[in-house]
Design a protein around this ligand. Structure first.
Ligand code: FAD
Length: 537
C-alpha cells in the first residue's frame, strides 16, 4: 500500500532554516501519518531568456540544487521539479486524485509560504479552490518578512486612519515598530526538520507516476530552458549554504568593524571589489536567507551600532518591510494609473532612449558602467540604482518608471516585487520623495558627501572601451580632443557613444514638467479631501 503524501510547494523560501510553512507541513504530515513530498513548479512561460536574464536564472537554479542537497542531507526525499504553469500542474495532480489516484499516492495536504504580491495571491486563491474541491487540506504561513504582514497591519490602527493602513513614511514605520517590539526569533534548522526523518519515504511512486521522457523531475539545466551558457558571475552563487557563508563573512569583515560601523549613507556605489554593503539581497529576495536570521545575526554583530535605524545594517530591512506592507495594501501599487500614492506624470515614450539606457550605451560612463554591472552581475549598489533610475525618469530621459522597473525585474538577481516598485516610485519622485530639484545625475560629483566620480576602476572594468583614458577624463571622454581619442583607441561617437542627451538642458526642462505634475497632484489631493469632508458632513 502506498503511503499518502503531504506536498510542500517551494516558491520563494528556498531554504530549510526558519521555514515556518515547512515546519507546519512536517507537523501535519506526522499527524496524518503521511510522507512529505517537496516540490517546485518551474513555469516555462516565465523561465526563459525573454523574461529572466541568464545571471538571475543561473542563481535560481543553483539555489534549487542547493535546496535539493540540503533536503536530502536531512533525510527528506529529493526535490521534484515539475514543469508547467502551477495552476495546471496542481489541477492535474488533484484531478488524478479525484479519479482514484491513478496509481499515485493520495494527497492529504498542500503547504506553502504565503505571498503579498496581488498576482501571486490571486493564483494561490485559484490553486486553493482546486485543492478544496479535491478535498486536500491547504495551509500557508508567512516567511518572507520580519513580521507576519497581516498581524503587523492589524497593529496599524490609528485614530483617523482606516484599518490596515500601512505607514507611508519611514518615521511612521519606525514608530510602529517601536510600538510592536522586535520580530520573533528565527526557527533553527533542527526545529524545522524535527521528525522529518520518520516521515521520509522514497518518492519512487510519485516519480513513476509523473516522469515521462519529456518531463524529467530534476532541477533543469540552463540549456533545457533555452539559455546559451552559464554566466561568469563573480559575486554570487545561489543557495542557502552560500547565504550563511556570506552572512558570516560579512559579520567578521574588518574584525567586525564593517557591520558595527555600517552606515548605508556612507557606502560608495563604485566600490565593487568587494562591495561595501552586505550583497545579501539576492538571498533574501529568493528566501535562501530568512530575514529574521539576517536581522538577529546582524543585530548581534553590530551590538551598539554607529548609525541609527534605518541607516544601520539591521535597519536596512525596514525599507523592504515597509514597501511590502504598502504593496500588500495599496491597489495598483506597481502601476501609475489607479495608484493613489503615485503622482500622475505624462512621461515621454522613446524606445530608442530606453534601449540605449538598458544596454549601457548612453555616453555617460558611470551610468553605463552601472547598467552593464546590472546585466553582467545581476546586482548594483543602491546609489547606482538611484543614478540609473533617476536618469531614465525625472533626471534626463523622462521615460516612465514602469519601463525601468521591468528592466530591473529581468536582470536583478535580488528582484523583489514590492522593493523594486517602491524604490522606483521613490527614485522617480512619483511617491515618497519630494525634492525633485535634487537630481542624482551621472555628472553629479557628490552624494551624501561622498564622491560619485571616484570611479576609475569601476568604469575601466565595465566600460573597457575607455580603459586607456586618463583618470580625470574617464567621466567626460567626449571632452578629450579627437587626436587623443584616437591614441587611446576609443573615438567618441564611433567606438563609444556621444551623450544621448544634454544633461543640463534635460534637467531644466524636466524640472518644469515635474513642478507641474506636483501642482496637479496637490490639486487632486485637495479635491479628494474636500469631497471626503463634504461627504462626512
Ligand atoms: P545592504 O545595504 O546590505 O542591505 C541589507 C538588506 O536590506 C538588503 O539585502 C535588502 O534586502 C534590504 N534593503 C536595503 N535597502 C533597501 C531598499 N532601499 N529597499 C528595499 N530593501 C532594502 N532591493 C531588492 O532587494 N530588490 C529589488 O528588486 C530592488 N530594486 C530596487 C530598484 C531601485 C530603482 C532602487 C533604487 C533600489 C532597489 N532595491 C531593491 C533596494 C536596494 O538597492 C537593494 O536592496 C540593495 O542595494 C541590495 O544590496 P545589499 O544586499 O548589499 O544591501
Amino acid at each position: 500500500m502506498t503511503i499518502p503524501s503531504v506536498l510542500f510547494w517551494f516558491r520563494k523560501s528556498l531554504r530549510i532554516h526558519d521555514n515556518l510553512a515547512l515546519r507546519r507541513a512536517v507537523e501535519y504530515a506526522a499527524e496524518q501519518r503521511a510522507c512529505l513530498l517537496p516540490l517546485y513548479v518551474m513555469d516555462m512561460q516565465w523561465a526563459n531568456p525573454d523574461k529572466v536574464g541568464v545571471v538571475r536564472m543561473n542563481f535560481i537554479l543553483e539555489s534549487l540544487q542547493d535546496l535539493d542537497a540540503n533536503l536530502q542531507k536531512h533525510r527528506a526525499p529529493p526535490l521534484l521539479v515539475l514543469r508547467g504553469n502551477p495552476e495546471s500542474v496542481f489541477s492535474e495532480l488533484f484531478a488524478a486524485q479525484k479519479d482514484g489516484g491513478q496509481g499515485r499516492p493520495s494527497i492529504k495536504g498542500l503547504f506553502y509560504e504565503s505571498d503579498i504580491e496581488p498576482r501571486i495571491r490571486e493564483r494561490d486563491k485559484r490553486v486553493a479552490e482546486q485543492a478544496q474541491a479535491a478535498n486536500v487540506h491547504i495551509e500557508s504561513k508567512h516567511g518572507h518578512l520580519l513580521y507576519d504582514p497581516d498581524w503587523l497591519l492589524d497593529q496599524c490602527r490609528y485614530r483617523g486612519t482606516p484599518a490596515r493602513h500601512a505607514p507611508r513614511t519611514m518615521s511612521a514605520f519606525l514608530a510602529l515598530l517601536k510600538r510592536v517590539g522586535e520580530p520573533d526569533h528565527p526557527l533553527l534548522v533542527k526545529e524545522v526538520t524535527e521528525g522529518l526523518e520518520e516521515l521520509a519515504q522514497d518518492n519512487g511512486a510519485w516519480r513513476k507516476a509523473l516522469q515521462s521522457d519529456t518531463q524529467p523531475l530534476t532541477v533543469p539545466s540552463l540549456a533545457e530552458l533555452g539559455y546559451p551558457e552559464a554566466p561568469p558571475s563573480r559575486l554570487f552563487k545561489g543557495g542557502e549554504s552560500t547565504a550563511f557563508e556570506k552572512l558570516d563573512e560579512f559579520c567578521r569583515r574588518g574584525g567586525g568593524k564593517t557591520v558595527r560601523k555600517f552606515n548605508k549613507q556612507e557606502t560608495v556605489a563604485s566600490d565593487f571589489d568587494p562591495p561595501q554593503t552586505s550583497t545579501l539581497s539576492p538571498y533574501l529576495a529568493l528566501g535562501c536567507l530568512s530575514p529574521r536570521e539576517f536581522y538577529y545575526t546582524v543585530r548581534h554583530a553590530q551590538d551598539k551600532a554607529a548609525a541609527e535605524a534605518p541607516d544601520d545594517l539591521a535597519g536596512q530591512l525596514y525599507w523592504r518591510e515597509q514597501y511590502a506592507l504598502l504593496g500588500y495594501t495599496v491597489p495598483n501599487f506597481d502601476r501609475m494609473e489607479g495608484n493613489e500614492l503615485c503622482r500622475q506624470i505624462l512621461w515621454d515614450e522613446s524606445p530608442d532612449l530606453v534601449a540605449a539606457w538598458a544596454a549601457g550605451k548612453t555616453g555617460y560612463p558611470f551610468l553605463d558602467a552601472c547598467m552593464r554591472q546590472l546585466v553582467t552581475e545581476g546586482w548594483m549598489h543602491h546609489n547606482a540604482r538611484l543614478v540609473a533610475a533617476c536618469f531614465l525618469t525625472r533626471g534626463d530621459l523622462w521615460q516612465s518608471w514602469e519601463i525601468g522597473a521591468a528592466v530591473f525585474e529581468k536582470y536583478l538577481i535580488d528582484y523583489d516585487w514590492s522593493s523594486n516598485v517602491g524604490n522606483w516610485l521613490w527614485a522617480s519622485c512619483s511617491a515618497f520623495y519630494h525634492d525633485y530639484h535634487d537630481v542624482l545625475s551621472p555628472k553629479k560629483e557628490k552624494w551624501h558627501g561622498k564622491s560619485l566620480l571616484s570611479t576609475k576602476d569601476f568604469i575601466r572594468k565595465y566600460v573597457p572601451e575607455l580603459a586607456r583614458y586618463r583618470d580625470d577624463r574617464l567621466n567626460f571622454p567626449y571632452s578629450v580632443p579627437r587626436r587623443f581619442q584616437e591614441e587611446f583607441g576609443c573615438v567618441i561617437g564611433k567606438d563609444y557613444p556621444k551623450p544621448i542627451v544634454k544633461h543640463e538642458e534635460a534637467y531644466r526642462r524636466n524640472r518644469i514638467l515635474m513642478k507641474r505634475a506636483f501642482v496637479r497632484h496637490t490639486q487632486k489631493l485637495t479635491l479628494i479631501a474636500r469631497s471626503r469632508a463634504s461627504g462626512e458632513r
